[in-house]
Ligand binder design. Structure first.
Ligand SMILES: [Zn+2]
Length: 435
């Protein structure tokens, strides 16, 4: 089939304002143009990259996808183009006329009279994957795992390079990754004995690596905590202790005491005294934090008991909305676990309703942007989040993008790299859709 050429368009970079030209494809033939299909499936089609600042933006353009072999005739018209229905009909009509002319006479062509319309580009992409017999998410993950394994197999005889590589993939070495590796190993046949033994060695070395890395990370975390609590100012100490409370346990104080002993042995009495004084202060702070947590728990339990004793607990909780906070949510989820353990399904049910109500009350105090961001973060997969984002074009504002970046920075401060990365990714997607 003769393919339709891309159209040149003139753009202004949303980030730096540079004007430049880019090409936009409005018709992709998956059977004839595998490279364009691949670009579309991986989100690279109709992405313009600013030559000055490198900012990538998604061009908003209608798209027809055709595949004669699979009898696919898919149409996507971005809502943000605000096209008139007759314009869309003409666009589709022109495309089907063009395709009808180009498909051989003997080939089935009935599907060309009934295009499938999609409201989001993502759902169109998923329909293409589905016709290929794979869910989009599965495919992306599988490809990535193969890439990682290929890389590791190549350096399996070189301990140092293997460790370096494993280190660079640490975040991706999930239980799912290991399950896939097991499946690959089991799928090898006799003729692939060599590949099989290589994969088994990769698995052994990776398991040893992850065990070492976890132990090392825990030790480093503890040492970093000690170092920080040693060096922060007296004013900053309470906040730091509060943040690091989960790490402050018996092992922590043991290491701290070793440092005092080391200072004494070196004759450094000033340091030894400073460390001893600080140890007492940390102990006091920890006790205060635990006491406060206990009080919070008691207050929360009292509130829950009070509302549960009324005929309509949800209404009763709403009446006392002012007392609802994040702490209460923690208390409710602990109570749910206890009720479940005690085998009281009715109580579990009531508590779950209270949790939902409390969550609602807390959410209602948030800005619309934060509410939407929480909704995005609550999605099970990143794909679901992307889908939700694209479904809510009116909520995608510069304010949303700014707030996403702001919250990513907050998570970075809290050293929650995964959450930060997720927020940054959403910020990038939202910015691309803003254009
Ligand atoms: Zn630019």
């Amino acid at each position: 089939m003769p393919s339709a050429p891309p159209q040149p368009v003139q753009l202004a970079c949303p980030s730096c304002g540079t004007r430049f030209r880019s090409l936009v494809y409005t018709l992709v033939d998956g059977g004839e143009q595998p490279e364009l299909k691949a670009a579309l499936l991986t989100g690279q089609l109709n992405v313009a990259v600013c030559p000055a600042c490198g900012m990538a933006s998604m061009l908003s353009a209608p798209l027809i996808y055709h595949d004669a072999g699979k009898q696919l005739f898919l149409v996507y018209v971005p809502q943000e183009l605000n096209s008139q229905p007759q314009e869309i009909d003409r666009f589709i009509g022109d495309a089907s006329a063009f395709l009808l002319r180009s498909v051989p006479n003997e080939a089935p062509r009935g599907y060309l009279l009934a295009p499938r319309r999609f409201l989001t580009l993502q759902s169109l992409i998923e329909a293409i994957y589905e016709a290929d017999g794979v869910s989009a998410e599965d495919l992306r993950r599988q490809n990535r795992y193969v890439e990682i394994l290929t890389d590791l197999v190549n350096v399996v005889d070189d301990d140092q390079r293997f460790t370096e590589k494993a280190q660079s993939y640490t975040k991706e070495l999930t239980p799912e990754f290991f399950a896939t590796l097991d499946a690959f190993i089991n799928a090898t046949n006799k003729a692939q004995a060599q590949m099989r033994s290589l994969l088994i060695r990769v698995r052994e070395k990776l398991q040893a690596y992850t065990a070492r890395a976890a132990a090392l990370a825990a030790a480093q975390e503890l040492n970093a905590a000690i170092e920080r609590l040693r060096t922060v100012s007296d004013d900053e100490l309470p906040a730091a202790v509060k943040e690091l409370r989960p790490l402050i346990d018996y092992g922590f104080f043991e290491l701290w005491t070793e440092q005092i002993e080391a200072a004494e042995a070196a004759g450094d009495t000033v340091t030894a005294q400073m460390l001893t004084a600080r140890r007492s202060r940390i102990l006091e702070l920890v006790e205060a934090i635990d006491r406060e947590a206990q009080e919070l728990f008691e207050r929360g339990s009292a509130l829950i008991d009070a509302v549960l004793s009324t005929s309509d607990p949800v209404a009763a909780l709403r009446e006392r909305a002012a007392e609802v906070d994040e702490g209460l949510l923690t208390v409710i989820s602990a109570s749910i676990a206890a009720a479940r353990h005690a085998g009281s399904p009715e109580l579990v049910d009531q508590l779950e309703q209270l949790a939902a109500t409390a969550q609602e009350i807390i959410e209602s105090r948030l800005s619309p942007e934060d509410r939407f961001i929480n909704e995005l973060l609550a999605q099970e997969t990143t794909l679901d989040a992307t889908r939700l984002l694209r479904k809510n074009m009116t909520k995608i504002t510069p304010e949303l993008a700014r707030r996403l970046n702001e919250r990513a920075a907050e998570e970075e401060k809290r050293a929650d790299q995964a959450a930060a990365e997720r927020l940054r990714q959403l910020a990038r997607e939202a910015s691309a859709l803003l254009f």
